[in-house]
Design a protein around this ligand. Structure first.
Ligand SMILES: [Zn+2]
Length: 98
């Protein structure tokens, strides 16, 4: 996913990039819980995009916001804004995807 490629996760102790291991390659910190949170946030963003495609705007917003609480990203913030706009249209009904 683009967000993962643009800004890789890093160790909160020494800022070394994650290298696919649950233990930091530089300082040895245990990264397993952080990796699980990031993976769960990724799955929630995927669910939000799926809900958007199928017209489930409130469900999309709920998933996008939950993802941001677990692992904040700039792209996730943009997804939350889109979901907020879809779930709360300024006028009229939201347009269902074709
Ligand atoms: Zn580290």
């Amino acid at each position: 996913m683009k967000e993962d490629l643009c800004r890789p996760l890093s160790c909160p102790v020494c800022r070394a990039r994650f290298r696919g291991s649950s233990q930091c390659s530089r300082c040895g910190a245990d990264l397993a819980v952080l990796m699980l949170l990031a993976a769960h946030a990724y799955a929630l963003r995927h669910a939000a995009r799926q809900s958007l495609r199928h017209g489930g705007f409130q469900a999309a917003l709920t998933s996008a916001q939950a993802a941001q609480r677990l692992h904040f990203t700039a792209e996730g913030s943009l997804l939350s804004v889109i979901c907020t706009a879809a779930a709360n249209p300024l006028s009229g009904q939201p347009q269902k995807p074709a």
